[in-house]
Design a protein around this ligand. Sequence first.
Ligand SMILES: Nc1nc2c(c(=O)[nH]1)N[C@H]1C(S)=C(S)[C@@H](COP(=O)(O)O)O[C@H]1N2
Ligand SMILES: [Mo]
Length: 205
Amino acid sequence: MTLFGDLGDRRELEKKAKAEGRLPPGQSLTLKWPVLHCGGVPAFDAAKWDFKISGQVEEPKGLTWDEFRALPQTEVTSDFHCVTRWSRLDNRWKGVLFTEVLKLVKAKPGAEFVLVLAEEGYTANVPLADLLRPNVLFAFEHDGTPLAPEHGGPLRLVVPHLYAWKSVKWVRGFMLLDHDRLGFWERNGYHAYGDPRKEQRYSGR
Ligand SMILES: Nc1nc2c(c(=O)[nH]1)N[C@H]1C(S)=C(S)[C@@H](COP(=O)(O)O)O[C@H]1N2
Ligand SMILES: [Mo]
């Protein structure tokens, strides 16, 4: 038995994470994986599912589920920080890098912003440059198992360096824009960018 024990002493692990600088200010460590979202858990039908890339692109692009699953896959391990103050470390995600999906379209000059689109009208805005990072992906597996419906299955975006409301569950596409257009939570008072290291939780408007 190690100091932390088989049961995992959450507080000891939290201390360690803080000492390593892995916990942003005001966050506490969770060993569980809370489920958090607005609205219901949408049903998934592979025959009806599609993924759409639109907006400031030379030509809009649509993909079926099978086409999306045929894209090159990657595994990425990252931390996850919710604005409601919990953080979950070392999540092992498998899916398709954002950059891989972006290769399918030709962005128009000036397309610097993205509005990510999900089921039931949920949206989140992220600058395009942030989505080009090598650990931003559309994930369909978490810690070696298919992404559960309540966690965004069949497909969610993962943007580890921003608060988790930007990690859009049940994602169905994105729109490239030449201006920043606020998403669902951002219109409801959350910060437009949402950097956990700077505690950009709410917009203060
Ligand atoms: N489509 C959609 N995605 C969403 C949300 C939502 O309400 N709808 N909530 C966000 C918030 S606030 C958080 S903290 C994370 C939670 O992901 P989890 O339930 O897998 O922990 O999902 C984000 N993605
Ligand atoms: Mo959240």
